[in-house]
Design a protein around this ligand. Sequence first.
Ligand code: SF4
Length: 507
Amino acid sequence: MSPGPGSGGLVVCAPLRLEARAVRRGLRGRGEVRRSGYGPARAAAQADQLRNVPLRMMAVGGVGGGISAGLKLGDLVVGSQVSRLGSADSVSCPSAPLLAGELRRAGLRATVGKIVTVDHLFRSGQRERLVAQGAVAVDMESAPLLDGAAGRPAVVLRAISDTPGRPLLSPWAVPGGIAALRSLRLASPALARWADACAPRQVLLAGPRSFCAGVERAIEIVERVLDRHGPPVYVRKQIVHNKVVVTDLERRGAIFVDELDEVPDGAVVVFSAHGVSPEVRQNASARGLEAIDATCPLVAKVHAEARRFAAEGYEVALIGHAGHEEVEGTLGEAPQAMTLVETAADVARLRPKDPGRVAYLMQTTLSLEEAGSITDALLERFPAARGPGSDDICYATTNRQLAVRAIAAESDLVLVAGSANSSNSRRLVETAQRAGSPAYLIDGPEDIELGWLAGASVVGLTAGASAPPAVVGQIIDALSGLGPVEVSERVVTTESIRFGLPKELKQ
Ligand code: SF4
């Protein structure tokens, strides 16, 4: 027999005996499984009882019908919205992306979407109408059952037992049911982890966070070029290193390519915020491409410094990370005079022709600590080395690192919104970790592992300079599905910098 909600406080309602058995086998005693009965009337009666049960969180687990294209037998649907057929009202389950991400990491196919509770076996013709309203699956109990949550954290998990191509009243009924029950059993341990993560918590926002002026400008450039020329617009490399931004621009007609030879003759091409070497500019010009430069002016400043030092006969150590597009672009300004330096050990290996004519520059998105220690090593070896006129590590990188450091000290966990190829976002993770907090890089709420949240009552939250502010809102929203969230902000400084657009787009 399953223990009651006292063990973690989770109650899972499973309508039918087979569904309850599948969930119970998966949960292995980490919560109470209630057989809530078939259909909306029994679900409503169960909800009446649940309102008086001292549960802390509730889940619905069962099979359901897939109605959106692409769902397969045995797929899992986690309800972000749950409504009754014909009702305009719906109940939100904000933590759905967290559970779906956990299921995917467990190797299961999971979709987040709207579930509609119907009161009769589904008829053809209704499906198209519901799909048009954004529904992905139907069931017969979830909406009334959720009334029993009475404001406590709740999720709905349905395993698909039939689809339009594999309907319930067909020979596919038995294999569909078997596939769904198997998925339900395999998914149930994630319900226990979801329950372990449920708690009231505080979210500490770092200020500043998210988009910098260079990223805003680069995105606006692509948007304006799309408006002016219409799709497709080619962009060499990711305009900024963020999956959400790139996917959004792709949807609007941008095509991201690695090299210019993928751009058709006569097309418009935008160079990314990270900058390009003179060779790339020359190739674009030789090809007759209309090139529009979204290089951040602060990256362009480093390029100008590289040219100036090289022209004055200096050998330039560029402190940065190998393979990063910004570093490749800067090195391309004076390849004969520049050497990449990634560590203090690299400094020891430098063999300049004239140790009295050494200069150094930096990638704009380095960690302050890392860059500081390499600069110290350089100045110790070459006391006369010349540095940039003003800091190469840009204001946005500096401010976001100082802000994340300020929240890390007070947080049980720090989440950094940003993509894995974003240098400045990765530096934020390292900065938080150095300040003593566990810290993780996530593209969005679905990347948050529920195990990170168990026991974390203060969650620090920031976003790299290339991560959209909306992602921060989505993360807070998802956390609010695990219990009440109190949001506060630590602002270390405010930013008002804006960069103008390239001249081609000003007219
Ligand atoms: S992080 Fe700094 S250098 Fe990079 S785009 Fe933003 S402002 Fe420019």
